[in-house]
Design a protein around this ligand. Sequence first.
Ligand code: GUN
Length: 281
Amino acid sequence: MILIDGKKAAAELREELKQEVTELKTKYNKVPGLTVILIGDMAPSQIYVRNKEKSANEVGLKSEVIRYPDTVEEKTVLEKIEELNNDESVSGILVQLPLPKHIDKQKVIETITPSKDVDGFHPMNVGNLSSGYESSVPCTPLGCYLMIKKIEPNLSGKKAVVVGRSNLNGKPMAQLLLKENCTVTITHSRTKDLKAECLEADIIVAAVGIPELVKGDWIKKDAIVIDVGINKTENGLVGDVAFDEVSKVAKALTPVPGGVGPMTIACLLKNTVDCFKRSQK
Ligand code: GUN
């Protein structure tokens, strides 16, 4: 079984980006800039944002974090986004989710200009992805996609089952696999026989947030299994895939932690560099 090393894949991608940023700096005499807006003091968000900042600096991006207390008015945030939209030194804008209840997530997402939407959450980018046009692609599914392609460069005709239908993961993941000519099934909590669906799959991406849902006897021999889940349990951090069982059947599997997570952040940097490049065209 191939244990997919997300840390290593992310380090390789960061190294490529670092090279590219150096070249862009020579060519344009400026570097791509990423601005993250962080509202409130939720611990997981703080940790994510710190990691994003650290990685951005490591590849030579200009990186900025704007922090607000969780009492900040929605208007203040929207005005800041408008300001960043018009700031030429900012290539990418990310508003860390989740947001406090009094702030309208949809409004925030739609205020970010699509060309700086490094999360790929703006409806314009969602539409472009589903139409097969150039777009920002959400970082987590993009990371999953790159890891799958490394194992299996030709995905044409493969059966892929995506478990979970979120805007963040499931839906964009399905679009990426469809673009690669996979036959894609999107499953979710109301799917009648999830095990039967999974047993058909050459590729499974599990992104439902249910600890160890996907079992060893759900897996076709030699399937590629990507585990997006990060669930805190009494037994520590586990994914959406029962790792020990599945590792006995699958051809390749991502661990939790150390699989998808590191690639998500590296893909955010990639999206920032890509937004910069498109802005210079
Ligand atoms: N919170 C958890 N994951 C994400 C993400 O991918 N993007 C944003 N903006 N917030 C998040």
